[in-house]
Design a protein around this ligand. Structure first.
Ligand code: SAM
Ligand code: SF4
Length: 329
């Protein structure tokens, strides 16, 4: 079993395959986008496959593909198909904004993807445009429909932002009445990529829960699965459930089982850490799998106890400022 220096099992990899995106969610990146990585700076699919294969042999059981937007990278389905064949990988999943996803749903089903996280911060087309700066709401809704039609479990990720979409908390919650989806409200984190000053959040997990409880006082707490990042609830009579993710408050670090690899091949043992070793660079310098394995094992022994510790360890003046698209969420 793969464990870290705090005795936590590591079995979950989040792999960001690109920093590019077809939306411009204001909490993630500036209007003009990022200075996109060149092809040379990106990990190739071969490098990613080799890394995933090694990590699965070491004990990783679940891989989530993320980005940027996974479907803007060419041949992503071929890569996911190859990943799905890795011996020992129990779960392959992805996080997507749903803009280009709908046509790929049957193939996702075919390669064994059982669950997809779909980002959707509002059910109002106008507010969707204000938040994402793109007119793509109908495509996202089509993806939602396709996923449900193909019996793929859907978790809707909604970032809660003061004076942007708090009026959507109840309509999104109401989706769980008729649809078997899990709507997860996420505290906004400071990864907006444009350096705008971030002074904490107005809507933390407790305030979000109060808002839902005000409308649905009979809401019931569900048992949270092992390593869950969300506090989970269900309204009696509803098909789906509601989750609240304290991503800024960082209440779930004690059971963290995750590592991340960024599009450039950087290993992050904590979302909030400044940066770790670069796997792609090591591979291109000729590091073989056996050596890489020991380098990775060593890195896992230096995982921060929690996101607060990781953030404090950043060099002064280099606080959290990067875009979530360059890490993967
Ligand atoms: N483009 C895909 C998408 O949006 O689903 C995958 C990448 S995106 C970076 C992964 C997740 O991070 C999304 O659910 C998004 O809402 C979330 N995210 C991005 N920036 C965030 C922020 N500043 N605070 C909280 N969540 C954020
Ligand atoms: Fe793109 Fe996802 Fe970031 Fe939105 S959250 S800009 S969809 S990477």
């Amino acid at each position: 079993m793969l464990t870290d220096n705090h005795g936590r099992k590591i079995n979950y990899l989040r792999l960001a395959v690109t920093d590019r995106c077809n939306l411009r969610c204001f909490y993630c990146m500036p209007q003009e986008g990022l200075s996109w990585l060149s092809r040379k700076e990106l990990m190739t699919y071969e490098e990613m496959l080799q890394t995933c294969s090694l990590l699965v042999k070491m004990g990783v059981e679940k891989i989530r593909i993320t980005g940027g937007e996974p479907f803007v990278r060419k041949d992503i389905m071929q890569f996911m198909t190859a990943l799905s064949k890795l011996d020992g990988l129990n779960e392959l999943t992805l996080t997507t904004n749903g803009v280009l996803t709908a046509p790929h749903v049957p193939e996702l089903k075919k390669i064994g993807v059982k669950s997809v996280n779909l980002s959707l911060d509002t059910l109002d087309a106008g507010r969707f445009f204000t938040i994402t700066r793109r007119d793509e709401f109908s495509n996202v809704m089509e993806t939602l429909e396709e996923l449900l039609k193909h019996d793929i479990e859907v978790k809707i990720n909604a970032v809660v932002m003061d004076s942007r979409n708090t009026q959507d908390i109840i309509p999104l919650t109401e989706l769980t009445k008729e649809l078997p989806v899990s709507v997860r409200f996420i505290e906004e984190m400071p990864f907006n990529g444009d350096g705008h000053v971030y002074s904490g959040i107005q809507w933390n997990h407790m305030r979000i829960l109060d808002e839902v409880k005000d409308k649905y006082p009979l809401i019931k707490k569900l048992p949270d699965p092992l390593n869950s990042t969300s506090y989970n609830y269900q309204i009696p009579g509803h098909q789906g459930s509601v989750g609240i993710i304290a991503a800024y408050s960082r209440t779930f670090c004690g059971t963290c089982n995750r590592i991340r690899i960024t599009p450039t091949g950087e290993l992050k043992t904590c979302l909030y850490e400044a940066g770790g070793l670069n796997i792609k660079d090591l591979m291109r310098q000729g590091t073989d799998d056996e050596q890489l394995k020991y380098i990775l094992l060593n890195a896992f022994q230096h995982k921060a106890k929690n996101g607060w510790e990781a953030e404090r360890a950043r060099v002064e003046g280099v606080g959290v400022h990067e875009s979530m698209a360059s890490i993967g969420g």
